[in-house]
Write a protein that binds this ligand. Sequence first.
Ligand SMILES: CC(C)(COP(=O)(O)OP(=O)(O)OC[C@H]1O[C@@H](n2cnc3c(N)ncnc32)[C@H](O)[C@@H]1OP(=O)(O)O)[C@@H](O)C(=O)NCCC(=O)NCCS
Length: 198
Amino acid sequence: MTIRIHQVKKEELKEYYQMQIKYLDKDDFSEFLQNVDKYKGLYLCAVDNGKIVGVVYPGTYNGEMYLRGICVDLSKKLNDKGIGSKLIKAFEKKMAQRGLERITVGSAEEPRAENFYLKNGWQPTQLVVKKIEKLPSNYKEIIKKENLSEDKDADGKTLVLRTPVTDYESGKILRERLEKELNAKECIFILEKKLKKK
Ligand SMILES: CC(C)(COP(=O)(O)OP(=O)(O)OC[C@H]1O[C@@H](n2cnc3c(N)ncnc32)[C@H](O)[C@@H]1OP(=O)(O)O)[C@@H](O)C(=O)NCCC(=O)NCCS
């Protein structure tokens, strides 16, 4: 297996899009094309023998670029072969070349994804509580006690709650407590990678 990483080529756009919508963001095809154009040079893919086996791409939140999506082809059992690490390293390099000092990602709430970022040197900085079904009666108390700040999700409407964390292990304990206290279906880690100047 010889993996090469490059910016998606015109003839690979459909294949790239299929991979993105299968594992990551379900954008419309036209939205996808606009983003490829907007983030020129940052829609990267891992290719083996002419086939796309993994993708990584950015997005923008509050005026800052972040890592919006990364995946490898799980259907071909291509995970755990170092392809994701190759992709994320190439992405970090491109972002550093653009002068960014740090990048963030909101990890899927899955040990596989979280361990992948940790292994690649990303640091947990925040927990974001999402999908709060029904606010508990002692909501205000919990907010204060747990040092949570209210914010809106990327859609600009849905309530999310943020709190800083210092490390993964204590973050996991806090997450379990927050999900219980707030009847939340999801609570994700935000991780960041400090980039070296290129
Ligand atoms: C997360 C993902 C991109 C990692 O890509 P990958 O090519 O498998 O990653 P690598 O082979 O470079 O690194 C594997 C590391 O991930 C972690 N990992 C992978 N599978 C794991 C599992 N089942 N449980 C715990 N950790 C796991 C480990 O830290 C592993 O390191 P190790 O090999 O030293 O044990 C890939 O699993 C994926 O596409 N997942 C589905 C989509 C997804 O969740 N994307 C992230 C969205 S935020």
